[in-house]
Design a protein around this ligand. Sequence first.
Ligand SMILES: [Mg+2]
Length: 375
Amino acid sequence: MKIDTIQSWVLRYPDANDHGEWRLTVFVRVQTCDGVVGWGEGIAMWPEACKATKLLIDEAFGPLLIAAGDITVAQAWEMMRGHCWWYGEGGIACFAYSALDMALWDIAGQIEGKPLHALLGGKKRDFMPAYACNHVNKATNQDNIDEVVGFKQAGFVGVKLGFGKRGLSNIGRDPKNDVAFIRALRAAVGDDFDILVDAGHGVRWDLCTGINTVRAMAEYGIGWIEEPFYPTRIEAHRALKAAVPVPIAMGERAFTVTDYERLIATGVADVLGVDPGRVEGITGFARVDQRAGAAGLTMNAHAWSTAVTTAASLHLSLASANTRLLELKPFAVSVQTELVSEPIVQRDGRIAPIERPGLGIDVNEDLVRRLAWDG
Ligand SMILES: [Mg+2]
């Protein structure tokens, strides 16, 4: 493919899934000399990180791709990584070339007339089971339990509970209450419903508290514990893994395929969270997936942003033998419901494949321009 033009935007939108707070991301629109258009996203999230990502797209990687002439996606990926060798082994540069890599895969699929999952080796299953990826942010335990019961009634097969988030809840900040919440939630939703706990950035457990809390939650059947400690505390993860019968999910602070190779080598992660809008794009995700498969680990796409990343995550998850679930934001948000002509939704707990070429999304460019933020 030969790239003709590249445009980028920082998008800002209020998200009902994050207590109505503003969230930001970076979009690219890449057009070939033949007029094929591809879309990509880099989930930099913070205003300054989004601005830096856009600058790297506009002033470094974009011009590089245009100047390269006729290239393949793999060549473009190597070229972008090679360009930022001094500053790009992780960090902001990864958001920028992840977005471009995603757009180039979208284009490649359209040129071949095949959906992305076909380009990635073909579907390993007919649909992805959907869980609601929810921030626990209502005032009382009962409100938060009622909310999850609503997800089950809507068809979701499970929930991931973000602890220590913005909002009115103290979930994640009082271990005793956290366990009581999980116990009451399990009683409310029954046994045939996945409960995943994401401690994430907001929870600060010391080793002893982490072990005791996760062990107590394990009695009520949690599917995994995500980011229980700061990600560099490998020995704390190892101690937790030895002490509890709960899979450990990690990866939120990893940026590159190499980061995941190091993480896999520690032996502490059971589930790898991987975001194609951050981890060296679709190419990066696919390479991590190969390594996860060889190590017998589960892959889980981090897809908590717009429909562009959700589409990429859906194709990648379907084409992987190592995934078991895919997350959706449970509450309506413009970057999911209005951004694409056919929003990605679950029905009876299932997310159907997209069978149109490339990412297979028809992006509402008016909405992109409406949400564009210039800081
Ligand atoms: Mg997480």
